[in-house]
Design a protein around this ligand. Structure first.
Ligand code: MUC
Ligand code: MG
Length: 382
């Protein structure tokens, strides 16, 4: 066994390639939180726990994620066995409530370290990859139909994406439906068009919205109403043909069970960060499968690091009926990996190297890091 010697958290601020217009905010920068764990035998593990749009998406901010790691998670892990990932998950769950994104960052770094020490990809630790590539969507969120159509056509002609998720919910519902209809008419059968409302609609808006969207040929609507409105989600799920996906409503396996029991979604967005790590995300997947729901690999617009981690898990899942949206690194002006995650033929490739299969580019980390990193070290003799 090798001990956990040091846990370092790092915040990076990386500009996006264009404004990313969501119902609640417009992102010009993505702030990623990375974790680096050093083990006593000299091995290392890296992880990521990133959110979207500061505090506008969910209850954890980048600064809060870093603080939870430094103040409450790292101190109890220092000196423990690096190989005991389940023990670490269980201990942290007892000592830290919520804060799933912070937990995910550390847990991914532990899996990465273990995979590297064993010389196997993390997918092997979850039973082995059954896919070496997965379909990958792109999000159209420039805020303008013409720009979105040009972007979609470019993605189709370069064979990078043929699944488009449109971010809506900022404008009145009828304007949003017209925007989606314009894009679907432009791409026709060459692409699947879906939307994400990020919980911006009332139930009344959503009734109009879902009817209009399905008439326009949109295939799926993600989190149309607030996650706590489970009955409204159930009404929308049973009331229309268009598929309803739960995203913000899914914070770990307990939520997954409640959403499935309430029939409050057709599809689960599987987000590693929101679930609390790879292990908890695998439990969300299991609940979705047991309930006969569709699955989709969701993103928090992570860098290549978090993206590689999600790929390791999703590559082990028999069927992801709705593919993935693991395009995070492509929305950033610069990749922070020495060897970027690869995209081609409408798919993203599953990294095969040991651990999560990601190697950081130290120059990029130094360039984008905010302030100084914080390092927690084990006391001698622990
Ligand atoms: C979300 O709500 O799903 C995923 C893709 C994207 O553009 O934003 C995220 C967040
Ligand atoms: Mg979403």
């Amino acid at each position: 066994m090798t001990k956990i010697d040091q846990i370092e958290s790092i915040i990076l601020d990386i500009p996006t390639i264009r404004g990313h217009v969501l119902s609640m905010t417009t992102m010009q920068t993505q702030t990623a939180v990375l974790v680096r764990i050093r083990f006593a035998d000299g091995s290392e593990g890296i992880g990521e726990g990133t959110t979207i749009g500061g505090l506008s998406y969910g209850a954890e901010s980048p600064e809060g994620i870093q603080s939870a790691i430094d103040t409450y998670i790292a101190p109890v892990l220092l000196g423990r066995s690096g190989d005991d990932v389940n023990g670490a998950i269980q201990l942290i769950d007892r000592l830290v409530k919520g804060n799933r994104i912070a937990k995910a960052a550390v847990e991914i770094a532990l899996w990465d370290g273990l995979g590297k020490r064993l010389g196997v990809p993390v997918s092997r630790l979850f039973g082995g990859a059954v896919h070496d590539r997965l379909p990958v969507a792109w999000t159209l969120a420039s805020g303008n139909s013409g720009t979105d159509i040009a972007e979609a056509q470019e993605m189709l002609s370069t064979r990078r994406h043929n699944i488009f998720k449109l971010k809506i919910g900022k404008r009145p519902v009828r304007e949003d439906v017209a925007h989606v209809a314009r894009i679907k008419a432009a791409v026709g059968d060459a692409a699947s068009v879906r939307v994400d409302v990020n919980a911006a609609w009332s139930l009344q808006d959503a009734r109009w919205g879902l009817k209009g969207l399905q008439d326009a040929g949109c295939e799926l609507v993600e989190q149309p109403v607030q996650p706590r409105y489970r009955k409204a989600m159930a009404e929308l799920t049973s009331g229309y043909e268009i598929a309803v996906m739960a995203d913000e409503a899914l914070n770990g396996p307990e939520d997954a069970l409640a959403v499935a029991a309430a029939k409050a979604a057709d599809v689960f967005a599987i987000k590693v960060a929101q679930s609390g790590g790879l292990k908890r995300a695998s439990e969300v997947i299991a609940v979705g499968q047991a309930a006969g729901l569709g699955l989709y690999g969701g993103t928090m617009l992570e860098t290549g690091l978090g993206t590689a981690a999600a790929l390791q898990l999703c590559a082990t899942v028999e069927t992801l009926q709705w593919g993935t949206e693991f395009f995070g690194p492509l929305l950033l002006t610069e990749d922070i990996l020495a060897e970027p995650v690869r995209y081609r033929d409408f798919c993203v490739e599953v990294p095969k190297k040991p651990g999560i299969g990601a190697v950081l580019d130290p120059d990029k980390i130094a360039f984008f890091r905010r302030g100084s990193s914080r390092v927690m070290k084990a006391a001698a003799g622990v």
